[in-house]
Design a protein around this ligand. Structure first.
Ligand code: C2E
Ligand code: CA
Ligand code: CA
Ligand code: CA
Length: 277
């Protein structure tokens, strides 16, 4: 604030205008981006908390915008959700992630992938068939795919979401509740939702060493998930000490900068190769 006062607000205003103009561009360009393959997938490894063995990767979407450069998902996923473009975007991500899986499989690596799925897909009764189709096209078994869904997506229409999730589970796809603990309280839904995995949000895990309440919440969520026989992934694990504490608490899987940042497919393969040596 001191710096801002010294420089005067006029210095910042053009930046703000630029930002909102950019935001408009983002929305109008997104459709073209999907059609022209401007979306890029990065892969962030997940590892067994006890052994450190890599057990899969989360697929995270970026946009290589021709003028604005590489945009993170926070710049365009909310707009995609609002404009209905999230459905073609999700199809794009599923298609490219499974194509990548298939390439890795041919090279002798079976890397299970987790794909983030927005609310709208859970309310689309044709979504399970789309998923079955993309798996078949790329010749991969359903067990290689985990779909990460958020609590809020379920709560928007629990009845319909439950029907879609049940169908996906019958297909043999794994289901994961993402960002658990950050949405509206939905512990009651956990009981009826056919999911396999819970991801503890990084707002709890990242701070658990310094903030006692984050530590307490993490421990409670681990207990809750294990009592429901769910596998637990802790995200946002940034250092070895947090990893060690989580492993001691019985957490199943870790993910975070402490293992690796999300990487482009080639760099991910190289990372895997180096790690295996
Ligand atoms: P998310 O699903 O909770 O993904 C985890 C986010 O945390 C990613 O941010 C990841 O880069 C970041 N992260 C991972 N490890 C660490 C760590 O140790 N410390 C910190 N501080 N951050 C870490 P990213 O890639 O910017 O993605 C943000 C969100 O955008 C995702 O949150 C997800 O909700 C959404 N998103 C990304 N890709 C897709 C997609 O293909 N489809 C949909 N529907 N949403 C996506
Ligand atoms: Ca996720
Ligand atoms: Ca998450
Ligand atoms: Ca998150």
């Amino acid at each position: 604030a001191a710096k801002r006062a010294r420089l005067g607000t006029s210095v910042y205003e053009p930046g703000l205008d630029e930002h909102s103009a950019a935001q408009l561009t983002v929305i109008s360009d997104l459709r073209r981006a999907i059609d022209h393959g401007e979306l890029v997938l990065h892969y962030q490894p997940k590892a067994d908390a006890r052994t450190g063995a890599v057990c899969g990767a989360e697929v995270l979407c970026r946009w290589q915008h021709p003028r604005l450069g590489l945009l993170g998902p926070d710049r365009f996923i909310p707009a995609a959700e609002e404009t209905g473009l999230i459905e073609p975007l999700t199809r794009y991500v599923l298609d490219h992630a499974l194509a990548q899986c298939s390439t890795w499989h041919a090279g002798g690596w079976d890397v299970p992938v987790s794909v983030n799925v927005g609310a709208q897909c859970l309310h689309d009764t044709t979504f399970p068939d789309q998923v079955a189709d993309v798996l078949e096209r790329h010749g991969r078994p359903p067990g290689v795919l985990t779909l990460e869904i958020t609590e809020s997506a379920i709560i928007a229409d629990p009845h319909r979401a439950s029907a879609v999730l049940t169908r996906l589970r019958e297909l043999g796809v794994r289901l994961s509740i993402d960002d658990f603990g950050t949405g509206y309280s939905s512990i009651a839904y956990l009981r009826t939702m056919p999911v396999h995995e819970m991801k503890i949000d990084r707002s709890f895990t990242t701070n658990m060493r310094t903030d006692p309440s984050s530590g307490a919440i993490t421990r409670s969520l681990l207990g809750l998930a294990h009592n429901l026989e769910l596998e637990v992934v802790a995200e946002g694990v940034e250092d070895e000490e947090t990893w060690r504490v989580l492993a001691a608490l019985g957490c199943d899987i870790v993910q975070g900068y402490g293992l690796s940042r999300p990487l482009p497919a080639d760099a991910f393969a190289e990372w895997l190769r180096d790690r295996a040596l």
